[in-house]
Ligand binder design. Structure first.
Ligand SMILES: Nc1ncnc2c1ncn2[C@@H]1O[C@H](COP(=O)(O)OP(=O)(O)OP(=O)(O)O)[C@@H](O)[C@H]1O
Ligand SMILES: [Mg+2]
Length: 462
């Protein structure tokens, strides 16, 4: 192995690891992010707004606010420095009355002089105070004397004491003179406006998302074979286009089904006419074993045709309706018992399910009659949860070998022919049942039953 090979191998493992990491991060983000379109759209609007505001607020506080406070504090300290200077230069001012007056009138500072004494011990410092920091800094820089300040005590005033040679000057300055105090108004406006904007965005977004949800609902209903009576394209242009495309697709599918059904029905009908003629001709031919056999075949063909005609006609046009499944299954059981079969029935969950009742009954009837034909006892069980209705029909008959379980759904396919000749069936039962289940958006599957025979499971979305 050359060094080049080694290098390439190392690169490859590194790339693999990076890719794995990327994958995991992707999964994590996908897990955290909301799934719904509405929530996602909101996130897309709100997240940048929040980031923008945080950045603006931070920069503003950090720069502007600091600078203003510093400038204002410097102004106050300059005033005090001037007063101290005047105090020292004009000692003839008795009691410093003039000085106090000027300070009060022109500078807005309340000044008095205390006998020289030690300054009080430094008070508790506020946890985070720009005024305190800025003032201290300025006094230290411009006056260079021992001082004591209190920015906590009285909220509207800041107290400053500075030790002079023969006295202590005490100044009360309005806090607002040293402090950019209106920044909370800025923040208030900022958050207030963004709140209003977010509320407006939420309202507008909801209106934009609603047509998409309606389209999804309509598509889902159509998948379950239900009508969506007053679905109309609404909303933004793209959503409207999707809705129109959906409506068109739906009617194309319906037209195709209709056409196929009509054609098959027509063919079967024509064949029936010929078969009837055939029967008449056979009747005229008299009796011989060959003719008897032929008659039997023609009869069977006629029966198949009838069944097929029924199949092709289908249950088109039937409307979905809320149906009591528990009662439905009970009826099936009673029917089966009437024909001398041991049967049981059980149902779990909320029993009202929206299906096309006649079609669904035909579907289950076919399964139960199959079980009845092959087995002495039958167990019917229904289960309904928030998404699916599941009905199982179990029997203790011979069952169907696994490799045939898909085959038997084919129309006209019967395994019985070898088993018991005299039983009549056309082999359409399972095909029809599956057709019905699929038109409800579900399906039928066959498996082994705990009773020892076949289990047929119908699952349709609710
Ligand atoms: N419960 C069952 N146990 C064993 N075999 C079954 C069972 N159900 C169906 N089969 C087999 O599957 C074949 C197809 O069933 P299907 O219901 O489609 O037709 P059929 O019952 O023969 O006729 P039809 O239902 O039209 O009267 C049957 O002929 C039978 O051999
Ligand atoms: Mg059958």
């Amino acid at each position: 192995m050359t060094t080049l090979d080694l290098g390439i191998a190392a690169l490859r493992t590194a790339a693999g690891r990076a890719y794995e990491l990327y994958d995991r991060a992707n999964l994590l983000i996908k897990g955290i992010l909301p799934k719904g379109l509405y929530q996602r759209a909101l996130l897309i609007i709100i997240a940048p707004m929040l980031v923008l505001q945080s950045v603006v607020a931070y920069v503003f506080l950090e720069r502007h606010y600091n600078l203003v406070t510093q400038r204002l504090s410097a102004g106050v300290v300059q005033d005090i420095a001037t007063l101290i200077d005047v105090y020292k230069t004009y000692p003839q001012d008795a009691d410093s009355a003039q000085l106090r007056r000027i300070a009060q009138d022109k500078l807005g500072l309340v000044v008095d002089f205390l006998p020289v004494n030690d300054l009080p011990p430094p008070g508790p410092k506020p946890f985070f105070s720009l005024v305190d920091q800025a003032l201290s800094e300025e006094i230290r820089k411009r006056i260079v004397r021992p001082f004591w300040i209190d920015t906590v005590g009285r909220s509207a005033l800041v107290e400053i004491r500075i030790k002079l040679d023969n006295a202590v000057i005490r100044v009360f300055a309005p806090r607002s003179a040293a402090y950019a105090s209106n920044s909370h108004i800025f923040l208030g406006w900022m958050f207030g406006t963004s709140l209003v904007l977010i509320i407006v965005a939420v309202l507008f977004l909801r209106n934009q998302i609603r047509p998409i949800l309606r389209l999804a609902d309509a598509a889902e209903s159509f998948g379950k074979g239900r009508e969506v009576p007053n679905f109309r394209p609404r909303g933004a242009r793209e959503v409207r286009r999707a809705a129109l495309a959906f409506i068109e697709m739906k009617s194309r599918i319906e037209r195709a089904i209709e056409q196929r059904t009509a054609m098959l029905a027509g063919v079967s009908h024509d064949l029936r006419t010929i078969l009837t003629r055939f029967k008449l001709e056979l009747a005229l031919l008299g009796d011989s074993p060959e003719i008897e056999a032929m008659k039997k075949d023609v009869d069977e063909m006629a029966r198949m045709l009838e069944a097929y005609l029924a199949f092709a006609r289908g249950d088109s046009g039937e409307q979905s309706a809320p149906t009591d499944m528990a009662a439905f299954l009970d009826e099936l059981k009673t029917d089966a018992e009437r024909h001398g079969h041991k049967s049981s029935v059980a149902f779990h969950g909320h029993p009202i399910v929206t299906v096309r009742p006649n079609a669904f009954k035909r579907c289950l009837d076919n399964l139960v009659s199959n079980a009845a034909r092959h087995a002495p006892s039958i167990a019917i069980a229904g289960h309904r949860d928030h998404r699916w209705l599941t009905v199982t029909v179990d029997d203790d008959g011979p069952g169907i070998p696994p490799q045939m379980r898909e085959e038997v759904f084919k129309p006209f396919l019967r395994l019985d022919t070898a088993r018991n000749q005299d039983e009549v069936g056309t082999g359409l039962g399972l095909a029809i049942a599956r057709d019905i289940a699929r038109s409800h958006g579900g399906d039928i599957s066959l498996s082994d039953s705990p009773l020892g025979g076949l289990r047929a499971t119908v699952r349709v979305p609710v």
